[in-house]
Design a protein around this ligand. Sequence first.
Ligand code: GTP
Ligand code: SPV
Ligand code: MN
Length: 614
Amino acid sequence: MTLDQIKNPKIKAWIEECKAMCEPDDVYVCDGSKEEYDRLMKKCVESGLATPLAKKPNSFLFRSDPSDVARVEKRTFISSVKQDDAGPTNNWIDPKELKATMKGLYKGCMHGRTMYVIPFCMGPLGSPISKCGVELTDSEYVVLNMDIMTRAGEKVWQYLDDNFVPCLHSVGKPLNNGAKDNGVWACAPVEQKYISQFPEEHLVWSYGSGYGGNALLGKKCFALRIASVIAHEEGWLAEHMLILKLTNPQGEVKYVTGAFPSACGKTNLAMLIPTIPGWKVETIGDDIAWMKFGEDGRLYAINPEAGFFGVAPGTSAESNKNALVSASENTIFTNCALTEDGDVWWEGIGYPAKGKLVDWKGNTRDAFPKDKAPKGEEMAHPNARFTAPAKQCPCIAKEWEDPKGVPISAILFGGRRPSTVPLVHQARSWNHGVFLGSIVGSEITAASTINAAEVGKIRRDPFAILPFCGYNMGDYFQHWINVGASAKDQDKLPKIFYVNWFRKDENNAELPGGFMWPGYGDNSRVLAWIFDRCDGKDNAVETPIGFMPKDGAINTDGLADYYKKTLPEILKVDVEGWKKEVKDIRENHYPKFGSHLPKELSACLDDLEARLSK
Ligand code: GTP
Ligand code: SPV
Ligand code: MN
């Protein structure tokens, strides 16, 4: 198809307008075929940007620029007409001003490049919950990744209508006077990067970055920032959540979603291999969930994506075998290290590298004697990623593309909290669950900052959606409360839990990585408790913070002795720690939301404080 053949006048006019502004050498409408994928990948290989991997069929390694290795939250904007609508947690610029600035940057920015038109659908084709968009980009890397991460190409046109979400992207590096990239990753300097959402128009403009969520605009920009706005308008939920299918030894099934901040374990939990016999976990999605009530009054979730853009470091046969298998062919690797025999390597892959490696910056270095490199000298960037088709996942659930979605029984919140927050506790009610979501905090990871010095500091990341909420976070809290209240049958609402796999005791040398809980496959022990809670099983005690496992209710069969010893510690209420938590929420967190903070949440905070003082 050519630009002239696009039937929808609104889509065509928008593309023409962007073309006139960006001035590409040519415009190419993507059909999403394998032939097209191979051709564009060949172009990347020939230019020196991509390296084919001898050890992995149809797989390629890209290295980005050191200034372009993760999302850039400081350069991400919610450009609503009123600043109050962006709220206290988002960067805001007046849309008129931001558009003027960005138009200046976009003017002629695609010189020497092709503008690719990518029609794409978020969610299974034909699902009533799915939504379509069109991304315009001057990056072949983006086209290739979007091809894996979304349903893209010819087949999408029949679902595209005037409600499409327009997504404009440029790497921000025009090639004037015959200049070439020469295999160097194209992007603009940090101060020129803009990842902009215009919520009233359901519009995305991204400039200057070619990496991940900054550039694959179907993902965080559309499926979270814009979709959260649409969900607010329409009464549903667009969330930074994995979706998993959990089957107990009796063959009974429950579906669970979980919101953990970036690089805090969603992909791992979604693909977990249980260490307790008889239980099974299968994957529906690993990063984003769209949830709507079904006719039967239950909340149904779909995964709007078609692939995984997963964190590579830490992924090993032991920690996440299913992710490794998913990424064993037809995969794009970004910022991993390259081995002499044509494979990828990263810290925590589970075996030491041999001989020489080309690190993520392109330098050839001797492998470190151990699996781990000193901080700052990693062979793979800490936010190195694999882009793999979801259908290649060995544990993908058969219903993962079911257009009606899957009914959710439990919603988990979590993050990296080295102290205070126990392994698991359950909310007393929906609104108490919204309270737990609103206070989520976590250590900052390399996925959310390009500034290594910030990694490890704790920040509040409500609902794990802090960088992805397209409107005022206080109104978002209220929306969650309203969604609960709107349920036809309150008993059918999912139960809400707060989990923490990341408690630490640095003084205990026995503990690998200092973690008091083994995590990964052993998280199935907690999932099993949650499963039974959803059935109302008598396996809990009430505490000041919510319901927690009764003595012996967490299965510890086969757990190493040192974890059996730390378990009581991570299953008790740290009253002093929680009192500090209350103080911090009261003084530093909740005041940010001013009059937008729902009264139900201040009531939960008062209630928690009173219970802790009893
Ligand atoms: P995004 O894609 O950025 O949204 O990340 P994510 O939430 O999907 O995180 P992911 O599952 O990719 O995990 C990120 C890092 O955390 C990896 O290095 C994992 O090895 C590590 N990790 C995941 N689960 C656990 C766990 O249960 N315990 C510990 N200690 N580490 C974990
Ligand atoms: C995250 O940071 O939460 C990711 C990676 O899932 S990115 O797509 O780059 O946002
Ligand atoms: Mn994510």
